[in-house]
Write a new protein. Sequence first.
Lengths: 457, 432
Amino acid sequence: MNPLALLFLVLGLGLIAWLSARARAIALDRGGAQLHSRPRQHATYVALWTVVPALIFAAIWAALSPSLVTASVLADPAAAVLPAGGFERDSILAEARSLALGRGYGAFYDESEALAPVFAQAQSFYRWIGAGIVVLLAVAGAAYALSRITPLFRARAQVERGVMLALLVASLIAILTTLGIFLSLVFESARFFAIVPVTDFLFGTTWSPQVISQRDPGASLGAVPLFWGTFFIGAVIAMIVAIPLGLMSAVYLTQYAHPRVRRWVKPCLEILAGVPTVVYGYFAALTVGPAIRQIAVALGMPYASSESALSAGLVMGVMIIPFVSSMADDSIAAVPTAMRDGSLAMGATTNETIRRVLLPAALPGVVAGILLAVSRAIGETMIVVMAASGAATITLNPFESATTVTKQIVDLLTGEAEFDSAKTLAAFALGLTLFVITFLLNIVALRVVKRYREAYE
Amino acid sequence: MSSTLVAGAPAIGAEPAARAPTDWRTDAMRGRIRRRYAAERRFRLLGLAAVTLSCGFLLVLLASMLSSGLGGFQRTDVRLSIDFPALNLPVTRGQLRGSGADLALAGAGLQGAVGRAAVQAFGEGGDRYIADRAWLTVRDAVLADPGLLTRRTAIDVPASSGIDAAARGAGRADDEAVVARLEGLRLLSTAINWDFFTRADATDPGAVGIWGALKGSLLTMAVTLLVAFPVGVLSAIYLEEYAGRNRWTDLIEVSINNLAAVPSIIFGLLGLAVFLNTLHLPRSAPLVGGLTLALMIMPVIVIAGRNAIKAVPPSIRDAAFGIGASRIQVVFHHVLPLALPGILTGTIIGMARALGETAPLLMIGMRAFIASPPGGLADPATVLPVQIFLWSDEVSRGFVEKTSAAIIVLLAFLLAMNAAAIYLRNKFETRW
């Protein structure tokens, strides 16, 4: 039975349970008994007992059954033809599975064609067993809950406990996601560091994943050039563009601009923040890159690349402007008006007030905003994937090419390598590094923002 | 103010030291004031320049996309005159009625016949002037009016990509010559390329369309919304209405705030490791893409939801409690409906972010060449931003226009979503 049909079957059973429970409660009510809860609440209670256990079991079964299916296929005499182990065995099994599901287009291995019917049989066997148990659970749940409907039964309290549980589970998903990110990165990185020593990865200065020697894979997987490129593009070039422009925009809009100008310009900056990064990347690759190359050639660098660090950094800086400006805007707005008024009353000009009073008072917020902006810039992917080059060099010249951590993650994982190679695992090690760095930046920045907000409240 | 703050200063009320009053009319003082005002003007101009520059970037970006992309919505047509009786197609009138008519025409060799007609009309090599799919246009014309088969007629069919590029002044020299000749005969015209909105990816830039990617995006967004919205709203309610202040809720709060700032590519790695390698969900499918993006935008919805719930005044809750509502009833019957506009605004903004996201979807394999629109949630699919990325990598010049055209479509969607969010905010925003 296919999963969607099963879902509808269970929901249908739930509806029937809801209707019959309500009818029963109404009958009790008419019979003169004083009900504790409304008939609708009794009905919801029964419906929950019908649907929830059945669906939970269905989810668990969906996760378990593939391994049960594989086990029963391997126990079948037809599986004797399989090679003893390793990559080939796995790919034959995978192919047989997709053939059995009707997804495959012809088989590469002859064995998988023989195994496919066995697979299909085992699959439908376990599927029917699962469906049977699910329906059984639904009916049993409904029967149990229906038997509990009495005038004194506190159905409302029970339903509300269920809702509370749902709320708690929903809020745990955020923690689970964080944990999932951390564990999956750590797990895959641990496999990587079993092949390549940590020190080689963190301190090696040669990055050339195209050729990884079998004897010493660490020699070509030193990530220092990537760290430098990321820092150079995201934290230096992009910030040189974004900080002055963002800060000055915020100052102008909050302190000088006419409200009408502000009403038009602010959405304009917000649109700048809403443009997808792939559009920025395309713009950088198509327009900015070649223009910067021409400038470099004019400056006397005939072999300049059109995939320079400068073009990616510039466009990234533009992308970050609204981010810096809105953070600065918030922190300037949080400075008490009394400080500004006091300074103006002492005869300071507006610009002196801004530079000597407002900005120093807003500094923690501004710095936190810049930290968040840096965290965002070094995690930005599409602009560098499209506009930066793949050549890992350590350079101070913005016209030369540089590569970043995110660009390398994409390059490593979209190639044609099998999953367990040092090459693909390296992407997870890079991901872990990126996660840890952005995590630290975010924590520090969020803490500063929070403390600063409390200081003026 | 306690007296310790001013310990070092002279006590209030003490006699200040005698000082001559400043003479503001001396040249030195006047110069100083002039300099201060000049600095003021410079600073102000600097601010104006920063704002202008930032908005200028936006204008340049939009203008460059528009100027290179509008052509992508157009195509060049060639007027092809076809002498149907001379082609002698083996179809009967009876076959042209009913549902199998298009198959009958294809079986009768219409494709080859159109090619021969092009050679006849434009001379040797004429079949290269029209697109490979030109015969489909002819087929549709015949289906609309079967009477065409009995006479000589002229039909506008799409030009081949080479001719198309040359007509826009970006083709090879020999194609340019052909275009000049055809233009002399007044056979070229431009039309709106409706195929662009109905087809999927292709290798020929003239034949590509965005419907495949758009449908992939819609399916992905549907999954994202179905997962992220309930979970986000429920956890916002929990954190705002129920959770006490303890270490556990602090942990939830820190992880939500942090998740909102984690680079999107990390979510792609999570999707790859968990959904694909551990749970073995189908690769490149909108299902996996939607789940990954849902995890990504959930914090956005939670944060917006919490702010909206926080803005509902306590008096509403107190009134509901006062007439005997339970806690759940207070939240679901009173607080949530009042907070809904704010939550929806946040959700739309989160969805707009998910719609423009590319990097995490590259990680889970949604970058395949997909020549037909996905049929379901488990089919291989691609999405609009990834399609833009893929086309931007193509060498052929025709793709530049198509990429920009796809960007225009994407931006139009995002603009519409943001406009909806702003409208919602203005219409339903209540000031308590």
